[in-house]
Design a protein around this ligand. Sequence first.
Ligand code: XIL
Length: 384
Amino acid sequence: MTAVRPVRLNRRASLTVGASLIGLHAPGTAYAVGESAAMNRQDHAPGTAPPHRPGLQVASRLRDLADARGIRIGAAVASRPLVAEPAYREILAREFSSVTCENVMKPSFLQPSQGRFDFQAADAIVAFATAHAMTIRGHTLVWHNQNPAWLERVAASGENASAALRDHITGVLTHYRNDGPVPVPAWDVVNEAITDTGALRDTLWARALGPGYLADLFRWANEADPDARLFYNDYGAEGMGRKADAVHALLRGLVQDGVPVHGVGLQMHVGIGARQSPSQPDLAANIARLRALGLEVHVTEMDVKLQTGTGTDDERLAEQAQVYADILGTCIEAGVTSFTFWGFTDAHSWIPGFTGKPDGALPFDTTYAPKPAYHALTRVLAGG
Ligand code: XIL
């Protein structure tokens, strides 16, 4: 993909612990980066520290415009650049009103060994968010990826699997209770439990707990924190189709059974090019039927791949801006209340690692300059 600017993640940069720059803690005391083997590049290895451009000129901040529209605008956050890069902190705090931990609230990070919870890295991100009046989306209590080895062993053995998972949910939600010191208002209780063809995914949890397990997860979560808003989160269920139908049917069943589920997260990992993103009518119709169940709808992980399209750099960036704008506009119109990108800068996007190809899927480039997508998003939020 010659037209796409390469993302350089492996150039070593000197790291400065910059927590004092945001006025939270003395240098060296905050944002301690854990040592779990499960940590990924963004949360563990030194990254590139791009030049900081003080006084970057932008017309209006996304978060101010979003406030005026009554919607939260969010980004997934990685621990490493939050520690190492002043520009990352500055733009995050300036532009966004919601934060999701990209990795450090997943089970492998929060309970690396049985009964030993480690909230340090996640709490550092929560502290940053709180200091900047941002809300937090917890991600994720139950998933088939990024589990610690001990939990996988327990699940595979079948014995005590249900107790272990319940203890995990209870331990995490007790720490983050909404009447406690570190409140997390919304949680992705379970991530990606449905297959692309609409079946219940055959995961370690479905095998260990049986097909009715999803209702239990929400009940356990609700018991641990009755004030937390509880979400089902998935990808590829944004527009209409087999998977979206299955997610809708699952949620309708849970709601009918009185299970405490409050919302659905549409991940929105999409791309430019034909059929790489949902059509606006399909997206609107799907959101409408989910809302008709009484559910809140969040977009939880949006990025727009360039590698799926063709054309010059400028053409692709313009198409990407259009995809971002169309989807945000449709979502605002349809009543989505929170809209989160999976990162915000191309310097720290999971897409190159995931696809094996360079890309540039986010609204800020690798030097933290706003891209056409950023400007298109501001126009949509401004109502223009
Ligand atoms: C991804 C992170 O971005 C990566 O850093 C990590 O290595 C793997 O997980 N759907 C999800 C997210 O729900 O948790 C995933 O995050 C991306 C796909």
